[in-house]
Design a protein around this ligand. Structure first.
Ligand code: PAF
Length: 283
């Protein structure tokens, strides 16, 4: 696996592959890779001949109250994992390469509707940062396909909307969430959990499963979501939000919707955990 930070080197390699008629798959990450990230590479290999991964801790998607400095950086381990999975090229740009004018003079991409609410409300500016960096990385890498984890369900909807709205020639492939045996969704943020917190964190997923069962037979979406929030709080976490939404528009679910998603976020010690569960109602 070749590792490059330089944009010209990245473009030269991808151009060579495209000239040979090879399909290029892309897995953008912020590093600190776990099995969930590696499953994105595995999936990308099913759809493409050459795989590019990127590691860039994107300052634009962190809020003023979020400490980008303490985001875990584990490049040596990350490289080993990417090599073991057969990644062909790793792009590791610096913030100066990505945002040479500085963040406040940088153009940005705002995706309406699906960016609003839930994590968009709890983390103002977050999805602008995500859409802008993903747009920029797509322009740099020019992949044919790109894989994103469904653990960040709202992020996948934002990226899909951006690609559609701006006619980007990239196919987005959503990949199922990888979970610990306890049901806890894999996330770099789990590293912040103490062993006691790791024991209570699975209650987030369990409460969502409870909610998923309940909505099979009741349309009291708001009341049931409140009860699920109490379960999360009683387990020792602090619910940020838990909502039952239309799986496409992310609007609050109506009684006629059948394709739903439960979106939730909760604070567990220092970590803010997010999770989601897609639910199909048979009517
Ligand atoms: O999901 C992530 O790790 C990030 O939001 C992404 C898509 C790599 C953009 O920085």
């Amino acid at each position: 696996m070749n590792t490059v930070s330089d944009i010209n080197a990245l473009r030269a390699q991808v151009k060579e592959w495209h000239l040979k008629g090879l399909k290029v798959g892309f897995v953008p990450t912020m590093g600190n890779l776990h099995a969930g990230h590696i499953s994105l590479v595995t999936e990308a290999k099913k759809h493409a001949d050459k795989i590019v991964a990127s590691i860039f801790v994107n300052p634009m998607q962190f809020g003023a109250n979020e400490d980008i400095g303490s985001y875990p950086r584990t490049l040596t381990d990350d490289k080993e994992k990417l090599i073991a999975e057969g990644t062909d090229l790793l792009f590791t740009p610096t913030p100066e390469i990505i945002y040479p004018k500085g963040l406040d003079k940088q153009s940005f991409v705002d995706v309406p509707n699906v960016s609003e609410g839930y994590c968009g409300e709890s983390r103002p500016g977050h999805f602008r940062g995500v859409a802008t960096i993903v747009c920029k990385l797509f322009n740099l890498v020019q992949p044919d396909i790109a894989c994103f984890g469904l653990k960040d369900y709202q992020q996948v909807q934002v990226i899909q909307a951006m690609v559609e709205d701006l006619s980007m020639p990239v196919e987005i492939i959503p990949v199922a969430t990888c979970r610990e045996e306890s049901g806890l969704a894999m996330s770099s943020r789990n590293n912040y959990l103490t062993s006691e917190e790791k024991a209570i964190a699975p209650a987030l997923h369990q409460s969502m499963q409870w909610l998923s069962d309940k909505i099979q037979t009741s349309t009291d979406f708001i009341g049931l979501a409140k009860q699920a929030a109490s379960k999360i709080d009683e387990a020792g976490m602090k619910t940020d939000y838990i909502h039952i939404c239309n799986a496409r528009s992310l609007q609050p679910a109506s009684e006629d919707d059948t394709d739903l998603v439960i979106l939730a976020a909760a604070h567990c010690g220092k970590a803010r955990l997010i999770d989601n569960l897609q639910v199909t109602l048979s009517k």
